[in-house]
Design a protein around this ligand. Structure first.
Ligand code: ADP
Length: 496
């Protein structure tokens, strides 16, 4: 059974991280950067071409048609004028009209009120130069506008029309037309050119998208792969992004920073486990040893038994304090515990805490000097803030010098702030340790005698509580001269 259990556990232990890895791979399929870039480029190019094509068509059409209308109007008028002038005697009228058409590069037709073409004379088998429909349209336009001459857009042509009166009083109509064929051909070829340009643009978008996406995705793929290694616990990975623009450079910087922090946390966690197990083991060993002693040796001797039992009680107290601190800290760090907001009389709190240390003065020769201004209130969690004050005073007592002096000060800085500070005359803290002492389980290498029991979590609790309150705090220390720890409390009513 136990073998089975072992096997089952093994499989479980192996498959869990695998499952996790899969979970953090891709949950949903998303388009690749290459595809996105290609779509964006192509859409952009397509839109630009469309816009260009439409403007080109509209503008060209307007210009061309305006020009054609003006041209046909102008030429029509001139032809009309020439036809109204007396005909050179040698000239055949029909040839004359033909020449005019040729000279002005337009088609010239004369027809009568019935819409029958008079000139040029339709040849045998050929259809007339204009249809009845075209002739009727001109007549309609003339009567509609009630003018002697008109210019209008016909079917694929621009037309100038006018009424001509013969000397004999007969009425015929002049039909001068300029074909729009040229414009349509130009338009058609522009369409083909635009189509070719579109094709070319798509191919270009394809090429640019491949080049840009390759350039963009290479560092991203590299960073992804390195991040995976980091997630697996390889803290030697180095992220580069400098060659790929500011955004990737700052992403690489952020990841390098995360790697450093992770590696610190990892080291701290290992140290924490080592320290916690050591700190739990020592009192437990003591408890066991003294309990055995009571059982085997001192049981009958009340004096010794008392002494040994006291050791057991003290060690049990240490364990309780340690467990309480570890729990407090975990609860606060995990955010399970909220910080209460109530009015806290810091002056009274400091005095009350100092009174707890009075036995050190009477029994161990410590001198705790204090200067405390009255009525200094802040808003916060009274229990936690008292723990902060207790830890700081306790540390000063623990680490003060041979003169056993500790100075506690509480005074106003201005109308919004007051400062609590506690100074000892101990060996101080080395400069490179000033920032690390606030970390969980940090202990300086120096050995101290400790009248107040420390768990190695005191300053970590101080830091967590004060950060949660948003209060400023810090330490000033000179090696060989002592340290001053301080907290700046906002006056009640001034809290953020
Ligand atoms: P501990 O239980 O070890 O006192 P703390 O978290 O309270 O744990 O303090 C962490 C470390 O910071 C201590 O081990 C000590 O090295 C250093 N430290 C704290 N207070 C003082 C002080 N007043 N003077 C010198 N060193 C101090």
């Amino acid at each position: 059974m136990s073998k089975n259990q072992g096997e089952w556990k093994n499989t479980g232990a192996q498959s869990a991280p695998e499952n996790k890895k899969k979970r953090y791979r891709r949950k949903r399929k998303s388009a690749s950067i290459y595809f996105l870039l290609w779509t964006v480029f192509s859409a952009f190019a397509f839109l630009m071409l469309l816009l260009f094509g439409i403007t080109q068509y509209v503008v060209t059409a307007q210009v061309f048609k305006g020009e054609a209308a003006r041209d046909v109007g102008d030429k029509g008028q001139r032809i009309q004028k020439e036809l109204s002038a007396p005909l050179p005697s040698t000239e055949n009228f029909s040839i004359y009209v033909e020449r005019l058409a040729h000279r002005y590069d337009v088609s010239v037709v004369l027809f009568n009120a019935e819409g029958d073409v008079l000139l040029p004379k339709p040849q045998e088998g050929d259809s007339a130069a204009i249809t009845k429909k075209q002739a009727n349209k001109l007549l309609q336009e003339l009567s509609k506008r009630e003018e002697d001459s008109v210019v209008y857009e016909g079917d694929g042509e621009y037309v100038y029309g006018a009424e001509l009166k013969g000397i004999d009083g007969s009425v015929s109509y002049l039909y001068v037309a300029k074909s729009l064929e040229l414009f349509e051909t130009a338009n058609e070829s522009m369409g083909i050119r635009l189509l070719l340009a579109s094709l070319f643009t798509f191919v270009l978008a394809f090429a640019v998208a491949s080049a840009v996406s390759g350039w963009l995705t290479r560092p991203i793929a590299e960073i992804t792969q390195k991040s995976r290694r980091l997630a697996e616990g390889d803290f030697d990975v180095d992220f580069h992004g400098n060659d790929y623009g500011e955004e990737l450079a700052s992403l690489a910087d952020a990841l390098n920073f995360a790697r450093d922090e992770l590696s610190k946390t990892d080291a701290m966690q290992k140290e924490l486990i080592a320290n916690v197990s050591h700190d739990f083991k020592t009192p437990l060993t003591m408890i066991k040893a003294y309990a055995s002693m009571i059982k085997e040796i001192s049981g009958a001797n009340p004096e010794k038994r008392e002494k040994h039992a006291q050791v057991i009680i003290d060690e049990a107290d240490r364990l309780t304090a340690l467990v309480t601190d570890v729990l407090d800290l975990s609860k606060m760090r995990s955010g399970l515990e909220t910080i209460r907001k109530e009015s806290v009389d810091i002056s009274t709190a400091v005095e009350e805490i100092l009174s707890r240390f009075e036995y050190l003065e009477s029994e161990h020769g410590y001198i705790l000097e204090s200067h405390i201004e009255r009525e200094l209130y802040t808003v916060g969690d009274s229990v936690k803030l008292e723990q902060v004050l207790y830890n700081l005073i306790g540390n000063a007592v623990n680490y003060t010098g041979a003169d056993k002096k500790v100075f506690v000060n509480l005074c106003k800085i201005d109308d919004t702030l007051f400062r609590f500070s506690v100074t000892d005359t101990g060996e101080g803290i080395a400069e490179d340790e000033l920032s690390t002492i606030w970390d969980r389980y940090y202990r300086s290498s120096q050995a101290h005698k400790r009248p107040v029991k420390g768990t190695g979590l005191g300053l970590s609790i101080v830091k967590t509580v004060l950060q949660k309150h948003g209060f400023a705090f810090g330490v000033e220390s000179r090696q060989g001269e002592g340290s001053t720890f301080y907290v700046d409390f906002p006056m009640e009513g001034e809290n953020a």
